[in-house]
Design a protein around this ligand. Structure first.
Ligand SMILES: Cc1cc2nc3c(=O)[nH]c(=O)nc-3n(C[C@H](O)[C@H](O)[C@H](O)COP(=O)(O)O)c2cc1C
Ligand code: SF4
Ligand code: SF4
Length: 269
């Protein structure tokens, strides 16, 4: 089979999952291409299967992923696709898969497989726990995720179809769930960049600006300045060499574990 693979990632989790698929697909004799999503990609090379892997941020996929899927031209022939979503909690993926399926259906895509993979939580500035795990705990979660992903990749190669079923998170009432989802989607994400700030340990090194996957940081007079294209992916927070980035209104990061998938080497846009 010819398989095209596309991902968006903040801290490397979604890339790790898709790379794991990529390795297994290649070992099974398939030819693959793996790229991060780009708004310039509106058409795909001819392929038997396309696989997408995105993270869930506050019960939905990042805006940039939605825009990317919406920007794809409708396939002339019915196109098979699979969707994998990485989440900090298997129970809390919310509408992520539904959002992808709704858009892909309009593009003449037949989603043959969809699943959630639990990976370490990356939301360091979350106002309340759970926060990112320690390095040791993160490694254990990643190991389990890799094993699960290998099984998924085998299923896909063997033509097994499977669909994740939507669930309401047990930790939330239905009202709280909808409220959090809608508030983040329509008010939160557009504005949360305004909450970013730095402790006085920031040395103006500009790494945050260089690695941001949405190009949302400029460094002016050695001070990082955030902008509204930010997806809250937490890459800047978790990679800052002096651990200087935090968010006001409860997003303190002092003393918290910083998380990045250990093999991930970000390059920005
Ligand atoms: C702003 C933000 C919101 C998040 N919201 C959720 C959520 O609603 N449910 C969940 O299970 N995990 C949530 N997470 C955890 C991420 O989905 C998880 O860590 C994911 O694997 C990150 O993938 P990435 O490194 O590819 O960005 C959130 C993380 C961030 C940064
Ligand atoms: S990476 Fe950290 S230390 Fe460097 S400019 Fe950004 S916030 Fe400051
Ligand atoms: S500014 Fe930080 S949190 Fe926002 S998209 Fe860039 S790296 Fe991610």
């Amino acid at each position: 089979m010819k398989i095209e693979l596309r991902y968006f990632t903040g801290t490397g989790n979604s890339l790790k999952v898709l790379k794991t698929c990529d390795i297994l697909f290649a070992e099974s004799g398939n030819s693959t291409n793996i790229f991060k999503i780009s708004k310039d990609e509106t058409m795909f090379p001819d392929s038997d299967l396309i696989g997408f892997c995105f993270p869930v941020y506050a019960f939905g996929i990042p805006r940039i992923c939605k825009k990317y899927l919406q920007g794809i031209e409708r396939f002339k022939k019915r196109q098979k696709a699979f969707i994998l979503i990485t989440a900090g909690d298997l129970d809390e993926s919310g509408f992520a898969i539904k959002e992808c399926k709704r858009i892909l259906r309009k593009k003449n895509c037949e989603v043959i497989y969809s699943e959630i993979i639990e990976m370490p939580i990356s939301w360091t500035t979350s106002p309340k726990p759970p926060f990112p795990p320690s390095k040791e705990d993160a490694l254990e979660i990643i190991m389990k995720a890799v094993i699960k992903t290998q099984e998924i990749a085998k299923d896909i190669v063997n033509g097994i179809e499977k669909h994740h079923r939507f669930n309401y998170p047990k930790r939330y009432s239905k009202i709280k769930f909808y409220l959090d989802y809608l508030v983040f989607k329509y008010f939160g994400i557009q504005n949360m960049w305004r909450l970013f700030n730095v402790y006085d340990t920031c040395n103006g090194c500009q790494l945050c600006a260089r690695i941001c996957p949405t190009n949302s940081i400029r460094v002016v007079d050695k001070n990082p300045v955030w902008s509204s294209t930010c997806e809250q992916c937490m890459r800047c927070v978790n990679f800052c060499p002096t651990e200087s980035i935090y968010q006001s209104q409860g997003g303190d990061t002092k003393g918290k574990s910083k998380y990045r998938e250990p093999s991930f080497k970000p390059r920005g846009r």
